[in-house]
Design a protein around this ligand. Sequence first.
Ligand code: CTP
Ligand code: CA
Length: 224
Amino acid sequence: EHDIEGKLPLLGKKILVTAGPTYEPIDPVRFIGNHSSGKMGYDIALAAAIEGADVVLISGPTHLKVKHERIKVVHVTSSQDMYTACHEYFDAVDVAVAAAAVADYRPKDVAPQKIKKSESTLVLELEKTKDILASLGEIKKDQFLIGFALETENEIENAKAKIRKKNLDLIVLNSLNDEGAGFGKATNKVTFIDSDFNEEPMELKTKEEVAQDIINKIKNRYNV
Ligand code: CTP
Ligand code: CA
């Protein structure tokens, strides 16, 4: 494929995208999950591929489907699976976008058999999962690393802290405060913050539009 007319500005660039929730097993038939649809990550993957990038989409459980000759989908279930898959591909990519809603905690012990009901209460001990994005930030060379932040208070301050903690180049702060925005909604109100702490508040947009804005940030990074 040629880029004679500049129609495929990201041709030759490799992009890793994480998407969707993770499921953390409790026993053979149960898990702890969340309501992430995966749509944000899938929209980013498709927008990147349309502009010429080779995309590895590392996806937690979702009903979404995406088909493009430049998208390879790697299906994972738990945060540990997602961590392993990300580290398999990260070295070879130019850009990584972490759009997945990774569980922060998982059951410390997974019961080998289905847990039978007995007492009136059941206590599950949870342990922290690995922070996938922070682990990529630790080993990144010249990859452009983009994360998301979902905050309900001290949004800007917390998002900036995440930029430093995870060694990010750009964070997409998702506001739950504004009406119509956030988890499970069709629209998002985001603010971009870069590693120099420049803030760029965006209008309320569809996820497709936010995905395109993220792709535009990537194109700016490479002056294409
Ligand atoms: N993330 C990740 N691995 C985790 C947790 C989060 O890769 N175990 C990534 C998400 O994909 C997102 C970013 O880190 O890009 C921020 O996620 P968020 O939940 O907002 O922040 P946390 O660091 O988990 O902190 P907290 O939930 O306490 O605000
Ligand atoms: Ca979290």
